[in-house]
Write a protein that binds this ligand. Structure first.
Ligand code: DGT
Ligand code: CA
Ligand code: CA
Ligand code: ZN
Length: 581
């Protein structure tokens, strides 16, 4: 990943420090610059390498001074002025300001008065009733702070699925080849493919807990052991916390069901069981109709299931519910009715309609991307390089004439390619919903993706609906513009957006880049219920990230999406027919 996020974080921290010192105006200048750099599609290091500070200066909202500081960071790995500010106020600014109701000014005041530097300090001071004694603070503020600390801790401790999943995959592969392990599976949020992960849960079926735990501690991917017992160990690997549990093979299914969660799904499932005179827990499903006190022990009554997960659900009169659906969003009722959706699978996706090449900010040529997509198994690929327009600076993005020339190059490559190539564009949606490419150019392209790249705060509904209504727009890319753990993106009224998309036959993208996963699953569900079509695209900027597709597919599954809802589950001829609609 580019260094844009790192630079943006440092500029935000500078803004916080200046604000803590009651400096006016300047903090906002830094924040706007940070936002713009974060959302900028070209890597700052590349801009700097090619055009020096002048090129950085060209980024929206970045002036001389901030361009110089960015350059200083790229040259030295640090910013001198920030180092000085940190010395004057040696606090964990990001952690403290993550607490709702605590801003930089509060941090400054609490450091002056009580020497608070960390979240632990803050918590201890609030618990001791010291904060209410500081001028400008009261008992109510103190109580609020105390209440909001756990949430702040958690938000800061969640990893991106895209970072956690590879760690889980490696552990599963390791134990799949281990003689003492009968079965190994992920559990928890990683198995449900949540976009962010608190910790990675892994479950191993084995009669030899010591061998499994010992192997895990000694595994080359284990960086440090947090705790280890006879049947459970927690370690750190690649910055991820991993919880591994060992259970006996006879109870593996029940344990897998229990530890996959979600908690809300499990509660709903247990309630269903109670109505059937059954008890379900991590050890099995038990018939307790003849038992006086079902709570007397964990393994009570007659055991009717537990070796396999399907058996657990079957004992409760249900088909196996896919892990992605286990969020207590009506899946148990639908399972009981026999009307669960047939979810889209990776193998159903036949192409990718949003990738970049060196013509804009990608790292591979048209031919290289086409070959990689063919190797990946795709039947077609939509080349959607950036157009110029709002959000694009530093020379990135093609004007109308360049787009037409690029489309010719794509069509030429198509003649020799083993898969079908669509000549497309990723146009920018202006703040009022305008499309940053002329109608003549749009007309001559096969596939038009239009995405918001600038001004991503506030409500984006009108903006998106206007873009959806444009007759040449085929797909709305990453509709809200969110970046997970970084910025929330637009608020949208998804019902209105979905209705407009359905009306105008405009497709809504689930962007599969694990930093985005946008549309989020709950919005995708609303979209398909309104009759809109989804497209799952990687937005790959190089050959390596074509396999982001799986993150998009599992996000779609979390949104109850079926193959029929997805444009790129059609074959090339079907997609071509849709685009010519
Ligand atoms: P995370 O780690 O925050 O991303 O989310 P999960 O869902 O992986 O949660 P985690 O790691 O705390 O626990 C894994 C699963 O274990 C969870 O999804 C359901 C189950 N579980 C854990 N604690 C409880 C509990 O107190 N009650 C119930 N019913 N289930 C629990
Ligand atoms: Ca977990
Ligand atoms: Ca856990
Ligand atoms: Zn893109």
């Amino acid at each position: 990943m580019s260094k844009n996020a790192a630079v943006a974080a440092l500029l935000e921290e500078m803004a916080d420090h200046l604000e803590a010192r009651d400096v006016e105006y300047k903090p906002n200048v830094y924040r706007r610059a940070a936002d713009s750099i974060l959302g900028h599609t070209v890597a700052v290091e590349r801009l700097y390498e090619e055009g020096g500070e002048d090129a950085l200066d060209e980024i929206e909202d970045v002036g001389d001074a901030i361009a110089a500081k960015t350059a200083e960071f790229l040259e030295t790995g640090t910013i001198g002025e920030l180092e000085e500010l940190r010395e004057g106020l040696p606090v964990d600014m990001a952690a403290l300001t993550a607490v709702e109701g605590v801003g930089p000014k509060t941090v400054g005041a609490l450091y002056e008065a009580l020497g608070i530097e960390t979240l632990d300090d803050l918590e201890a001071a609030a618990e001791a009733g010291e904060i209410r004694e500081v001028t400008g603070f009261g008992a109510k503020t103190e109580a609020n702070i105390l209440e909001n600390i756990p949430f702040a801790r958690e938000a800061r401790e969640r990893s991106l699925l895209g970072d956690a999943r590879p760690v889980a995959d490696r552990i599963v592969a390791f134990f799949a080849g281990h003689e003492a392990a009968e079965t190994v599976e992920t559990a928890g949020s990683i198995r449900r493919w949540r976009p962010t992960i608190g910790d990675v849960d892994v479950l191993v079926a084995s009669d030899d807990g010591d061998a499994i735990i010992g192997a895990f501690e000694a595994w080359e991917g284990t960086d440090s052991v947090i705790e280890a017992g006879t049947n459970k160990a927690s370690v750190r690997s690649e910055g991820q916390r991993v919880d591994l549990r060992v259970v006996v093979p006879e109870e593996f299914g029940a344990a897998l069901q229990y530890f996959t969660g979600s908690k809300d799904h499990n509660v709903a499932l247990r309630n269903r069981a109670i109505g059937m005179d059954l008890k379900v827990n991590e050890y099995g499903v038990f018939d307790v109709s003849a038992v006086d006190d079902p709570e007397a022990s964990q393994r009570v009554g007659t055991r009717v299931a537990g070796e396999t997960e399907a058996g657990v659900y079957d004992a409760l009169g249900l088909p196996l519910i896919p892990p992605e659906l286990r969020e207590n969003r009506d899946e148990i009722r639908r399972a009981a009715e026999g009307t669960l959706p047939t979810l889209v699978e990776c193998g159903d996706v036949l192409g990718d309609l949003h990738v970049h090449t060196t013509a804009s900010d990608g790292t591979a040529t048209i031919v290289e991307m086409a070959e990689a997509a063919a190797d990946y198994g795709h039947e077609y690929l939509g080349i959607a390089d950036h157009a110029t327009g709002p959000g694009m600076v530093g020379g990135v993005g093609l004007d109308d004439e360049e787009l037409l020339a690029h489309a010719d190059a794509v069509r030429e490559a198509n003649d020799d390619a083993s898969i079908e190539l669509f000549a497309g564009v990723e146009a920018n949606i202006g703040t009022e919903g305008s499309i940053s490419v002329g109608d003549d150019a749009l007309e001559s392209l096969d596939c038009v993706v239009a995405s918001p790249h600038s001004a991503l705060d506030g409500d984006g509904t009108d903006r998106l609906v206007t873009a959806i209504e444009h007759p040449a727009v085929d797909v709305i890319g990453h509709p809200t513009g969110r970046l997970l753990n970084q910025r929330p993106g637009h608020d949208i009224d998804i019902e209105r957006v979905a209705a407009a998309a359905a009306d105008h036959d405009t497709v809504l993208e689930i962007n599969a880049d694990p930093r985005r996963l946008d549309l989020r699953s709950s919005y995708a569900k609303v979209a398909i219920e309104a009759g809109a079509t989804i497209s799952i695209n990687t937005d790959a900027h190089g050959v390596e990230t074509l396999d982001y597709m799986r993150f998009g597919v599992h996000t779609a599954r979390r949104g109850w999406v079926e193959p029929d809802d997805v444009l790129n589950c059609l074959d090339a001829a079907g997609v071509r027919a849709f685009l010519d609609r």
